[in-house]
Structure formats: structure tokens, C-alpha cells
Design a protein around this ligand. Structure first.
Ligand code: PEP
Length: 259
């Protein structure tokens, strides 16, 4: 399985010119790594049409979608509209959506189904609840996982990419500190156990499960060295192409090392 590194640009950068430069700084270097690593880059919606013209090695992802295909939903973007822009992935259940926009588990579940209906891959974050402490993460992850897959056909569950992203590790949160590699490995393994019960051991072993939270060029090895962590969701460090490419290189290197 290729390592997967998903870039979450959030509401950055400020101009389409900057977006193009940042994108090309990654795209132009990806041919060295795309044998063992896949990058999915999730810019703000407005940059997607432009960036889709330049993307060859990089896949494009969205940071949100609306569960309905069309209708009177001011300010929203549907999965049907995104598919037309060569968007293949969408980040769902991110803690910032849960906290600042009040997204509930059941809304996340609806959005997952909408994405899958259009053959878009949901990248579903687990761990985003400000009330959760380090000691209660396993319980929270289990709860959010069960809500995310509730009633879904197991074939569809098998297409979801899960990310363990503890809220306290996200760089923009107050007093953020990255998880330890051991903790991230334990929780990604826990997610794989949950998946095994639905899709079976063989399929679950081939599903990428990522870690997210303050991953950057200085600490990536702490996560990439664990075979149970198949890649990363990267926020702040993805806004600097050198920093981000070091993360990609490191996962690529580990992948070569282990095959
Ligand atoms: C994120 O918000 O998804 C994220 C991983 O951010 P950061 O890498 O900045 O912690």
C-alpha cells in the first residue's frame, strides 16, 4: 500500500497566485516519490478549478461538502459539483468543522454517504472533541467511528480513509502538542481493529489509516517509523513546500525500507 499524505490548507493561502506556486512546488517534486507515496492536497474550494489544471501526480481533495446534490443551501458546495473538478477525496469530521460550525456525528455520517454515492473518498477525522482528554481518546474514537459507519454497507466502509487526529495535537489549538508516536500507533491500530470487525482482516490490513496533528519535517520520523501508521494529515506544515516535501520523503523512505 502506498503511503498517503493529505495536505489540509484550511483557509490559506490568501491569493490564487500563492496557491499556484505552493501547489507547483509540491507537484513538480512528486514524480520522485509517487511510486510509494500519494499526496492528496485539499485547498479552499475557490482554488480547485485552477489547481485541477496543474495536477498530475497530486490528487485533489475538498475540505467539506454538502450532503445534498443541489438545492437552496446558500453558501454550500455539493459533492456533485466537486466531482466535476477532478476532486477525488474530501476531509470530513474535522475538529474545526465540529467546533466552529457545530457539525454533529450524524451530519458527518450523511456527508460520508454523499461522498461515497459519488465515488469520492471520505477522509474521516476521529478525535475532534474539545472535551476529550488524552485518557478518553480511545472511547471518543470508538464513538465517532461507530457513528461514521452506522448503517453503511461494508463495501462502502471499506472505501473510507480514517485519520486519528486528537484535537489537542492540532497545531492551531491552544497549548497543542503532537501525540507521541506510540500513542498514534496505538490509536491507529485500534481503528484498524474496529475496521476488521466490519470488513475483515485482509481488507482492513489494506486500508490506509493516518495520523494528524502537528506533523512536520522535524517530527515526521516519530510517526513514519511505525508500520501501523500509513501516512499523515498535515495542516500548517503543508503551507511550506519544503517542509511538506520532507514529510512526504520520510514516509516514502520508510516505505522503501520496509518492502
Ligand atoms: C489539521 O488541522 O488537520 C492538522 C493536521 O493541522 P496541523 O498539522 O497544523 O496540526
Amino acid at each position: 500500500m502506498k503511503k498517503l499524505i493529505v495536505a489540509n490548507w484550511k483557509m490559506n493561502p490568501k491569493t490564487s497566485d500563492e496557491a499556484r506556486k505552493l501547489f507547483l512546488g509540491i507537484e513538480h517534486r512528486m514524480h520522485f516519490f509517487n511510486d510509494k507515496a500519494q499526496v492528496v492536497l485539499c485547498p479552499p474550494f475557490i482554488y480547485l478549478p485552477q489547481l485541477s489544471l496543474y495536477s498530475h501526480h497530486i490528487r485533489l481533495g475538498a475540505q467539506n461538502l454538502h450532503a445534498k446534490d443541489s438545492g437552496a443551501f446558500t453558501g454550500e458546495v455539493s459533492v456533485a459539483q466537486l466531482s466535476g473538478l477532478r476532486v477525488t477525496h474530501v476531509i470530513l469530521g474535522h475538529s474545526e468543522r465540529r467546533i466552529y460550525f457545530g457539525e454533529t456525528d450524524s451530519q458527518v455520517r450523511e456527508k460520508i454517504e454523499a461522498a461515497l454515492r459519488h465515488k469520492m473518498i471520505p477522509v474521516v477525522c476521529l478525535g475532534g472533541d474539545p472535551k476529550a482528554s488524552k485518557g478518553t481518546m480511545k472511547r471518543l474514537v470508538t464513538k465517532q467511528f461507530k457513528a461514521a459507519v452506522n448503517g453503511l454497507d461494508k463495501k462502502l466502509v471499506g472505501k473510507i480513509i480514517f485519520v486519528y487526529e486528537p484535537i489537542w495535537a492540532i497545531s492551531t489549538f491552544k497549548n497543542a502538542e503532537p501525540a507521541t508516536g506510540e500513542h498514534a500507533a496505538e490509536l491507529t491500530l485500534h481503528i484498524r481493529d474496529l475496521l476488521e470487525k466490519i470488513v475483515g482482516t485482509v481488507h482492513a490490513a489494506n486500508m490506509p489509516i493516518l495520523y494528524g496533528g502537528s506533523v512536520n519535517k522535524a517530527n515526521v520520523h516519530e510517526f513514519s517509523k511505525f508500520p501501523t501508521i500509513d501516512g499523515a494529515l498535515v495542516g500548517a506544515a503543508s503551507l511550506d513546500s519544503d517542509n511538506f516535501m520532507t514529510v512526504v520523503k520520510e514516509f516514502h523512505r520508510e516505505s522503501i525500507h520496509k518492502t
